[in-house]
Design a protein. Structure first.
Length: 375
């Protein structure tokens, strides 16, 4: 008897859903979408559409309109929805070359972090005057520190290159003794939040982020200021670069959510960046794997609050769910410590906290020894 009632109820619900569907996806709705997107050749050729296809077109239209509404200075010539689903990174690389050439910066390189070499190396290189293999940045060198600390990039002039034996070795050519008049370095990490906000969203960083470095060869540096170059690139290229970065750095996300493969390399990168470059500290957060399931939720909530409140001043890498390494810049360390201790006290002290300052962990393997003691 109950099964008949449930069956009738299900039929009633399905009929109501169908009524709503018929009222929504009617001819008038299709005509409206057709009218707004009539410039698209693919749309005009598509005579009969399924309900899902029509809904998909509407969602794309909504994305475009909401995007342009928030982005008052939007560069509308680039439409990410038209990128192919296959070989998207290849198409983006072509688009990046085309747009950078149009901006007057045809000689550039994109440097991404190479986990094997433990340095930033060329992913894309259009500075043909230099040896691709020599274009590298080490995480603990002064040039990298200046680059990631600058909001608008830095310019390295020819006389600086000539006067520094290490810069000259990397940024000059043995073939014809070519030395650039100037090089512009920019950490593209700053574009992530800008793009999100311009699109009307709110960025919450919940996984470690690794920057991508843009290197541009300048013919005459006297004609440029870092702010001017930055604004030119930001207006036309910010979305290109962020899409490309998110495609080629997928492993950082998986490393931080418990997959062990490659995680040691990520940990070493963050140890170098936060403990050696930024003079920060490490904190090991640990709770018993035999604890009640409630501890999992309490810890997940804590990490979400920490990362949303303090990123990018902190980064977290987790190999197993009950033990996380937190990397913290020195200027926010007291606030982070107070936040964690207060939360832990309110939740019954389920968490064990171990603090390791720079002077206590002089080498990466010291940190690893402490971590593995916990797991």
């Amino acid at each position: 008897m109950n099964s008949d009632k449930e069956k009738n109820l299900d039929n009633d619900i399905l009929r109501e859903i169908e009524k709503i569907r018929e009222r929504t996806f009617d001819d008038e709705f299709k005509e409206l979408v057709d009218r707004v997107t009539s410039h698209d050749e693919k749309v005009r050729d598509f005579q009969r559409e399924t309900e899902n296809a029509l809904l998909g077109r509407f969602q794309k239209l909504f994305y475009k309109s909401s995007n342009l509404f928030w982005r008052t200075n939007a560069y509308v010539a680039f439409n990410p929805l038209e990128l192919p689903s296959e070989n998207m990174d290849g198409q983006l690389a072509i688009d990046i070359l085309t747009e950078m050439d149009a901006l007057g910066f045809p000689h550039f390189a994109l440097l991404t972090y190479d986990f094997q070499k433990k340095s930033f190396a060329c992913k894309i290189n259009h500075i043909t005057q230099l040896n691709r293999e020599n274009i590298v940045l080490d995480v603990d060198e002064q040039l990298f520190r200046k680059t990631i600390r600058s909001n608008t990039g830095i310019i390295v002039r020819k006389d600086e290159i000539v006067g520094d034996i290490f810069l000259k070795k990397r940024f000059s050519s043995d073939r014809d003794n070519f030395i650039p008049n100037a090089l512009y370095f920019l950490s593209l990490e700053c574009f992530q939040e800008m793009v999100t906000e311009e699109c009307g969203g709110h960025s919450v960083v919940t996984v470690p982020t690794i920057p991508m470095i843009l290197l541009v060869l300048l013919d005459q540096y006297e004609m440029y200021e870092t702010e001017l170059i930055f604004e030119q690139i930001r207006k036309k290229m910010a979305l290109h670069f962020m899409l490309y970065k998110n495609i080629i750095y997928p492993q950082a996300k998986s490393y931080s959510t418990g997959h062990f493969e490659g995680a040691i390399s990520v940990l070493e990168y963050y140890y170098t960046l936060y403990c050696r470059v930024r003079d920060g500290s490490c904190m090991l957060l640990y709770y018993s794997p035999c604890a009640e399931a409630e501890s999992d939720y309490l810890f997940a909530f804590l990490m979400n609050k920490l990362l949303s409140s303090f990123s990018p001043k902190i980064a977290a890498v987790t190999l197993v769910k009950h033990a996380t390494i937190l990397f913290i810049e020195h200027d926010v360390f007291p606030n982070v410590m107070q936040f964690i201790e207060q939360y832990n006290d309110e939740m019954g002290n389920f968490l064990e906290i171990s603090i390791h300052h720079k002077e206590q962990i002089s080498a990466f393997h010291d940190l690893m020894n402490e971590y593995f003691k916990k797991i």
